[in-house]
Design a protein around this ligand. Structure first.
Ligand SMILES: *[C@@H]1O[C@H](CO)[C@@H](O)[C@H](O)[C@H]1NC(C)=O
Length: 286
């Protein structure tokens, strides 16, 4: 009898912990989605290794990573002792507005390490993951509005579904209203978000976002999802269940977690029922 109780106790405990694990998977945006790759760009020109410029690039990237532990945006202008004015390096990072410091830091660490393998010894580079942007250059781009398209992605066509398009336009309309560096909106199954790099003024941000949304509507006309990344801001929307890029992995993970959760729950009930059954059988037998 004691053994049985102990077994049930252990089982309930382990089920409880696996339930917690599954639950945390469900409520936290998974790290894999945050670090999904969106785009990267490197300058053609390469610097000579061992020069002051290289030390400055290294210093900027380290500063970005350290800063990302406590804030979701920062920029640096670095010129270590021994540098000439030509060796100055500018850099910034920004995380998606809804990330915790921890997720932001993880994202920037991932972005900087990928930048290191993609843009080897290049004078400048930029990399956008789902959750963060990292950029450095010898040309000062801090505080400069730049509406160059850096990534345009449109999903498959909805076909003719006026409800869906109406909701999409309502979401984009809401996002155009602006007033914030990061804004999310949703209507029915359509969600959208816009974000500006925070080195822009609010009016520059508004201008950039308006441009991104206009282009998104024009170029991704009837798509289920669309991404429009300009150099200093972006606008994205998607129908629930239709993610851009490699974001689908997130949904797969959630579905899997739900299935595992259901199976674990059912197994728990069956084991408990049969345990109680045995318990009462024994009592009845005495
Ligand atoms: C950036 O570096 C490139 C390559 O050395 C150089 O041609 C360019 O003039 C530099 N720009 C600035 C603003 O220093």
């Amino acid at each position: 009898m004691k053994e049985m109780n102990k077994f049930i106790e252990t089982f309930i405990q382990s089920s409880f912990f696996s339930f917690l694990l599954i639950f945390s998977l469900l409520i936290h945006p998974s790290t894999s989605a945050i670090t999904s790759f969106l785009y990267a760009g490197c300058t053609q020109l390469k610097f000579t290794p061992g020069t002051p410029y290289e030390s400055n690039v290294h210093s900027v990237l380290v500063s970005l990573v350290n800063s990302a532990a406590t804030t979701n945006f920062n920029n640096f202008k670095i010129s270590l002792p021994g540098s000439t004015p030509n060796d100055v390096v500018y850099g910034l990072f920004q995380c998606r507005g809804d990330l915790s410091n921890e997720d932001c830091h993880d994202c920037v660490v991932s972005a900087v390490s990928r930048l290191g393998t993609l843009c080897v010894d290049t004078y400048g580079g930029a990399l956008q993951l789902d959750g963060c942007l990292v950029r450095y250059s010898n040309v000062s781009f801090l505080g400069v509005e730049d509406k160059t398209i850096v990534l345009k992605n449109c999903g498959p066509s909805i076909g003719y579904d006026s409800d869906s398009l109406t909701r999409r336009d309502a979401v984009l309309g809401y996002l155009t209203a602006g007033g914030q560096y990061f804004r999310v909106g949703g209507s029915g199954n359509v969600q959208g978000m816009v974000q500006c790099v925070q080195d822009l003024s609010m009016s520059e941000c508004q201008d950039c976002v308006t441009e991104a949304i206009g282009r998104l509507k024009n170029e991704c006309g009837t798509s289920r999802w669309g991404d429009m990344f300009l150099a200093k801001c972006y606008a994205r929307y998607s129908e629930r269940g239709f993610h851009s890029g490699s974001g689908n992995g997130d949904d797969m993970e959630k579905t899997l977690a739900i299935i595992i959760g259901l199976i674990a729950g059912m197994a728990l009930i069956i084991v408990l029922l049969s345990a109680f059954n045995k318990l009462f059988e024994k009592k009845g037998g005495k």
